[in-house]
Structure formats: C-alpha cells, structure tokens
Write a protein that binds this ligand. Structure first.
Ligand code: IMP
Length: 433
C-alpha cells in the first residue's frame, strides 16, 4: 500500500500494463506516475515522441514524451523497450531538461539496443506523406520509422552505437529516403552530413544506456520485482484495432506490451485501461460522440484539452461506452481508471453514448469500416450532473451521489470494474475503488 493508499501490485500481480482505452491523452502519465511508486521497473514499449505524458508533481509540471513517467520516482528503473521508435535528439533534450530540474537518472535509465531510431529523414517523409494522406499525424516521423522497421530497412539503436560503420548504413538509407521524397513530390532532401554528425554525437551518448532490455525485464520478474508496462496513445489509434487508417503505426493495445517490452505474454498479470470521463481525440478520423460546437468548446476549456506534444486543440465529446466496451475486449482489461471526473463538475446534465444506430439499426460494436463509423448516430442516455466540486474527494464516499451514479453507469456499460478515479492533476487527487 502506497502513501496515498493506492495499491495495485500484490503477490499475484507483479507485471501490470497501463494502456489508453480511447484515442490517447486519457491521463496515462498521471496513473503511471502514481503507480510507479510501487514499481521497481517502468517500461515504455511502443510509440515514440508522438506521446506526451503530463505529470504534475507539487507545483511543477513535467511533459514526458519518450522517457517513462516512472522516472519521476527515484526508486524506479526505467526502460525504453524494443517496441519504441526512439528519436535520439529529442530523447536527450528531454533527459537534459530533467537533469536541470534535479531529476537524477544515473544508472536507472536503459534503452533497448533493438529499438529503431527516428532520424531527421523520417520526419521529412512524415511531412511529405501528410501532404497526400492527411491523417493529422504529430509529424514526429513515427509512421515512416515503423514502415522502415517492418520493411527491414530500419536503423536500430545498436547500429548507432556501432560508430563508424553506421556511415555505410546511413548512406544507403538516405539514398532511399531521398528517392522516396522525390517520388512523393517533395522538394526537400535529407542531408547525409547532418545524419552522420547526429549518429556520431548521439551514438556515443546512447552506448552506455543501450542493452538487451528484454533480459533486464525478464530478470526483474524472475526476482519477483514489480514491473509496470506503460502504453502510449490509445486503443482506437492501434494500427490493427483502431479507426484505420486514422491511427498511429504501432500496437497500442495490451498485446503490444509483451512484444514491445521483450517478454512473453504469459508474464502479464493485469491490464489497466485508462479512460477519460468523457472523450477526446487529436487529429483526423471519426469521433462518434463529438459534442456540438458550443459544448465542445466548453469541455475543451474545462478540461484544458490541448495536445501535450503539438499544442493542437483536442476534439471533445461525451463518454462513448461502445468504444470503451470494445477496448475492454481487445485489451483484455482487468480494470479501468477513470480520469478527469472533476472536469464535469459544473455540468447540469451529462450525455453518455450507450450504442450506435446505423441506417436505423442498433449497433453495439465499433464497425471496422471507418466510413460506417463516420456515419453512426450515437444513442445517448442523459445522466444528471452533480454541480459540486469533486477535486477534494479521496474515497468514493466523498463523491456526490450523482457522480457515483455516473461512475456506476460507466462501469456497467463498459463491462470492467473501475479501480481508480482521478479528480485532478495532482498525485494525491486519486481515489482507489
Ligand atoms: P502519428 O502517431 O504521429 O503518426 O499520428 C497518427 C495519429 O495518432 C494522429 O491522429 C495523431 O494525432 C494521433 N496521436 C499520436 N500520438 C498521440 C498521442 O500521444 N495522443 C493522442 N493522439 C496521438
């Protein structure tokens, strides 16, 4: 049991995954920060600098993009797993920034030597691709790096660490990237000297951090140490299960945790899905329960809904139970954490999307065809608001009855037990159910 009463790991649960169960930005950073207090090892296992995990400690706010949120706890060993696409330039900028803020990482941050690296040419390709496809990516080079990985023409951390022999590899990769840029109609070209300089400078910094992190995690579990696997983005952005093609390029669902951390799936004991008490999305693609203009603006303002990575305003809407039920299924969620309940404190009434209608027929699943999902009409149930502050609640009994009824209804509709409720940005603003 931790100081704030939140207990997650126990004798039977040494390896727990935290995933986003909507479209990302659910507040995973805060949950991971709170739970990391009990963890020995915290692993980021997919995505890259597209993520922005915001953590508030006292009066300081940290936005972590690639370094696991567990880094803010001195006791946790932090790992960037093989499934991450690592942008070394921004990774070290983030690390240096943490150093200036007094966070000591020496001897407790490791990077998988199998992780692929995002290089400047990947960002040029991402931007050129956006001109054609308009997914609304973060522009961080994520898609092109995963494409190269799957296409067996990537550059891995181990390659950068190898020093001079990276030249041959990079010469080959840049020739191809520049040819691609030409075919995509872009006038921009990647510069070999810039890449060679970056590889030499950052390869040297990566070398002491790089290792077989799958072995590190495996060994920790054999020694009964507690491992928290920290997901990025959300289930509806998963390359297989999300609103394809309006998705990111990794497996954001819990299945990706084993692969991206380098352990077997049988090691995982529990999966916590983080959901907002409403819904948001950044970028393009369907969002069935998107609120109308005025209400969307109100939710955005109340929730401070602007992207932590790009600053873009997030699209906002009501809790979509069909989406969360789907997420429970594709992630095998064993529990839910509902965040930002306090954002709804002033509302008189709160619609909840319970199912969809497509061409008049009721639909209780998320259609795989994105055009169909774009056309669904949500079926709403409206619940009374509580119009009282929940920010000071530390146990369920502190919440107004309407807020408890709201949570009960979300839990029933989603089909998974609520384990945590977050009522503010601070570490202590959490209720264990
Ligand atoms: P990419 O991951 O930059 O390729 O972007 C693909 C889609 O995922 C876009 O709609 C992005 O807005 C979205 N996305 C990527 N990372 C995040 C995140 O951390 N939170 C929310 N949306 C994200």
């Amino acid at each position: 049991m931790s100081a704030n009463g939140v207990c997650m790991f126990d004798r039977k649960h040494n390896c727990v995954v935290v995933v986003g169960a909507q479209w990302g930005d659910e507040g995973k950073g805060k949950l991971v920060d709170v739970l990391a207090e009990q963890a020995d090892v915290v692993v980021r296992y997919q995505g890259g600098a597209n993520a922005g995990h915001t953590v508030v400690v006292g009066d300081r706010q940290f936005v972590l993009h690639q370094i696991p949120s567990g880094i803010l706890h001195g006791g946790a060993t932090c790992v960037v797993g093989n499934g991450v696409v690592l942008d070394p330039e921004t990774f070290f900028a983030e690390l240096d920034e943490l150093g200036t803020q007094g966070i000591d990482i020496s001897g407790r941050l490791f990077v998988s030597d199998r992780a692929h690296v995002v290089l400047p040419y990947h960002k040029l390709l991402d931007q050129a691709s956006e001109q054609q496809q308009q997914i609304g990516t973060t522009g961080r080079g994520i898609g092109p790096t995963y494409e190269d990985k799957i296409g067996r023409r990537g550059v891995r951390v181990a390659d950068l660490c190898r020093g001079s022999s990276a030249r041959e590899l990079l010469t080959d990769r840049l020739a191809r990237a520049n040819a691609m840029l030409g075919m995509m109609g872009s006038a921009r070209r990647a510069d070999l000297d810039e890449h060679l300089e970056l590889a030499e400078r950052l390869g040297a910094r990566l070398r002491p951090l790089a290792r077989d992190t799958g072995l590190l995690v495996h060994t920790a579990l054999r020694e009964s140490r507690r491992v928290l696997l920290e997901g990025a983005q959300g289930a509806l952005l998963d390359v297989d299960h999300g609103t394809y093609p309006f998705v990111t390029s990794s497996s954001t669902t819990a299945g990706g945790a084993a692969i991206g951390a380098g352990i077997g799936p049988t090691e995982i004991d529990g999966v916590l899905g983080v959901v907002k008490a409403y819904t948001t999305r950044v970028g393009n693609g369907p969002l069935p329960t998107e609120a109308d203009g005025v209400m969307e603006g109100r939710l955005r303002e109340l929730g401070g809904e602007f992207g932590a990575t790009t600053g873009r305003p997030r699209r906002c809407g009501w809790f979509d139970a069909t989406v969360v039920r789907y997420s429970v299924r594709v992630n095998g969620l064993t529990g839910l954490a509902v965040t930002k309940l306090d954002v709804l404190d002033t509302l008189e009434s709160i619609p909840v999307g319970i199912s969809y209608r497509i061409d008049g027929d009721v639909c209780e699943e998320v259609p795989s065809d994105v055009e169909l999902l774009d056309r669904v009409q949500p079926v709403y149930e409206t619940l009374p608001g509580w119009q009282a502050s929940t920010a000071g609640a530390r146990k369920l009994a502190d919440l107004p009855p309407q807020a408890r009824a709201y949570l009960d209804r979300l839990q029933d509709l989603a089909g998974a037990p609520i384990r945590y409720v977050s009522v503010g940005t601070r570490r202590d603003q959490i209720i264990e159910v």
